[in-house]
Design a binder for this molecule. Sequence first.
Ligand SMILES: NC(=O)c1ccc[n+]([C@@H]2O[C@H](COP(=O)([O-])OP(=O)(O)OC[C@H]3O[C@@H](n4cnc5c(N)ncnc54)[C@H](O)[C@@H]3O)[C@@H](O)[C@H]2O)c1
Length: 396
Amino acid sequence: MENCVQKTTIEHLPAPSSRDKNEVLKTYYPPQLRAAIVGTGGIARVHGQRIRDLGSLVVGVCGRELSKAQTLAADLQPATPREDIASFDDLGRMLDETQPDVLHVCSPHGFHTGHALEAIKRGINVICEKPLATTVEDAQRLEDASEAAGIHAAVCLIQRSYPMVAELRARILSGEIGKIQAVRGTFLSWDSNHDNWGWGFDPKIAGTSYATADLGVHWLDLVEHVTDSRITEVDARFSTLRPKRFKDGVEINVQAEDYARVFLQLSDGTPGSAVFSGVCAGEPNACSIDVDGTDGGFHWQADEPNVLRHRRSDASVLTITRDPERLSADAGRLAFTPAGHAEGFGDAFKNLIRDVYLAIGGTAVAYPTFADGRRLVSTVHAIQESAQTRKAITID
Ligand SMILES: NC(=O)c1ccc[n+]([C@@H]2O[C@H](COP(=O)([O-])OP(=O)(O)OC[C@H]3O[C@@H](n4cnc5c(N)ncnc54)[C@H](O)[C@@H]3O)[C@@H](O)[C@H]2O)c1
């Protein structure tokens, strides 16, 4: 029975991953920037609060409805304001009047392209929510335009910003579990486990994919990031488990998938499989990944973000704890509270925003770029094509 005992241990991995461009610096406060936000929903609030936590200023909030922008601006206003937060219902006017250093695009997916381009054409840096766009063409336009403008353009592929994901990547790339043999995982959510219709099912606002584009995109980025590989083939099947939804009592037929199952292959031939679902009872945000190697495996899940499980070949399981003093350099720079004092989603968001702000300030720090966002939109498109044709699709 000894093999079944789950031990908690702390391991030290001294060498930082040489593949990242990150300077191994650790700083809480990036340069103070002036930020504007478009979109006034749940994630806009997360961005606004994190911008303030990092010592930067929110100078403008723009919503489709001015009243919503005013409400969010009021909620984000510090008790002793250094600068008033102005409210707008016109993005161009907000950018011209407030002249921010960076625009946070927190609107629904289908507005990302138009909103980000407004900033790019003014030479303003952008942090855009995922998915970067709803079509490959729009995503490519954004990548091209941001490169031509020479701005910093980031997409909120937030899983990368958890310390234990950085630790997972460092340990995989150092060969700790040998050669990678298989990857698997999930992104399960209860967000749509009801019969209400929401904008996520409106193809004009959210595009034609739901579970893959909205949820799965996080996992698709995670698996590429931690393995330092690319997804080169997908073979998917879609289901719409709740095909009828209701808006103000009116029945609407849903076209987008709310459940996706995907077989995939990485560039080195590694096989993988994943399930993405927005209709999963009891699973608020179950993003999980398992990487199996010749000498063991790793497991990480977003709702227990402070630990990484190392499944070893002798059948014991090590629980590796987020301890800023003992993590690899890339992970340690993302961890701020001592071991045992949990960090979570809001801290990961701060890590992402901090890194982009540091890069804007001239520090060599890596972050998920519009090129990453475009590649993932292409992967989502390939998964959709595979589900429609019921054939495997190769990704260049
Ligand atoms: N990175 C993450 O972990 C994460 C988490 C949640 C949401 N998101 C992304 O954030 C985006 C917004 O999601 P949310 O959860 O905040 O949605 P939400 O439904 O809470 O809010 C959407 C908001 O956008 C506003 N809006 C609609 N059309 C607009 C327009 N034309 N101009 C300006 N505002 C408009 C709505 O009034 C609403 O306030 C989505 O793209 C979503 O995928 C990312």
